[in-house]
Design a binder for this molecule. Sequence first.
Ligand SMILES: Cc1cc2nc3c(=O)[nH]c(=O)nc-3n(C[C@H](O)[C@H](O)[C@H](O)COP(=O)(O)OP(=O)(O)OC[C@H]3O[C@@H](n4cnc5c(N)ncnc54)[C@H](O)[C@@H]3O)c2cc1C
Length: 463
Amino acid sequence: MVGDMDRELIKKLQKIVGNGHLTTAAEELSCYSYDGTGRIFQPEAVAFPGTPEEIAAILKLANEYRFPVVPRGAGSGMTGGSLPVAGGLVLATSRMNRILELDPDNMIAVVEPGVINGDLQKALKKHHLIYPPDPASLKFCSIGGNAAECAGGPSAVKYGVTRDYVIGLEVVLPTGEIMTTGVRTEKGVVGYDLTHLFIGSEGTLCIFTKLILRLLPRPETKATFLVTFASLPDATRFAAKIMAAAITPSTLEYMDRTAISVVGAAISPPLPENTAALLLLELDGTGAEVEGQKRRLLPFLEQQGIAYRYAVDETERDHLWQARRSISPATFSLRPHKISEDVVVPRSKIPDLVQFTEDLARRLDLTILTFGHAGDGNIHVNIMIDRHNARELENGNVARKRLFEFVIKLGGTLSGEHGIGITKAEFLPLEIEPRALAVMKQIKQLFDPANILNPGKIFPNAS
Ligand SMILES: Cc1cc2nc3c(=O)[nH]c(=O)nc-3n(C[C@H](O)[C@H](O)[C@H](O)COP(=O)(O)OP(=O)(O)OC[C@H]3O[C@@H](n4cnc5c(N)ncnc54)[C@H](O)[C@@H]3O)c2cc1C
């Protein structure tokens, strides 16, 4: 794959997207050269197409001239998916940011890929509807990026992830054909399920240009509890047990002592001094449903002598959520870099996972914090390092490898929502057996014979 885009090619691209919608200016390219990993790969040009037809023309040109095309939403990905590792063109979807249809009667929305998740949530509010996938990055990440990573969020424990809400698509294939998949109906089983093949394909099989989304009625009310524990094993055992007690929280978010230390000052009133871990537990539904769940939850907490408090109003609830959503950026107050993993284990194995990471941190003399979606076993393990410190970098990489091996041993998976991208590609064979890996590569080859679309991602040595 070569990445030299000469003047003639740039002119052709400019003609496709129109004046002002393509840049090769170094200072602008640098804004499209990084993502949530902090790694940097400079593209040769960035295009801002406005229609599926323009994207199709770009991909046809890319096949003719053999240059890489890398789709990019908001660039908040945590595994390098939007980085142009082989050079070429970044295709930014920021201009394609319209909500095309809101159909409250059939509870669907049709959106362009550049719509920001949080903007869609706001637009749905006045119709008393929600689009449940709610990544902590919802204020800035795009629906196209969410679909490409199959993003999840705190409410996944009750409502599921992006895959459960995208029912149909319009896509441009890597060879430049426009294609639609899926349905606009609640059910549909006609032919192979291409929609769900594309969800989570990390921008390697197609570019989404329209997404048909399933919506749900907005829950009437919520009750938010902050549950604190004096010991880490108590918290993780509780998280595993609560789901088995017929209590269905809409979120069950966990923070260990170190995670609390980086955002704790934002939590008011202050936490009990002996807090070693906490759970942010939310119930939602109709008033009667929430009251019913509370009647189960409170005795459950009280019988076990577990300390908790209740968010008395919307302001206190927002405060708690703001603290939870700021953990990821706040971790940089500990060390300048991190190896950020989003492994998933069966819920009953969360205590083993957390104990393992504590032992690992001690043995390798590293700061490792754990937080995240305890309700579905998706724990964010953040290994904090200074990349310029050779010992920390080496030990961080050792910690990550041992973590992955242990997760697989527990019957878990390497990623619950961030995907593989470039950061985990070398570990794919730990989880995916050789036959399945070969089938995945054949699928990529079928859709993208010239390896134009987002090369160098997911598969080990894929460039
Ligand atoms: C502070 C913070 C908190 C986060 N919290 C969460 C969380 O709770 N849950 C979670 O799941 N993730 C989380 N993330 C990760 C990230 O926000 C998600 O992966 C998100 O889905 C990426 O969206 P984006 O628009 O930024 O995509 P980008 O980073 O721009 O791209 C991500 C991938 O999608 C592809 N892509 C983008 N648009 C398209 C398109 N139109 N067609 C095809 N492929 C496309 C890209 O090529 C790339 O492979 C968090 C990130 C940060 C920085």
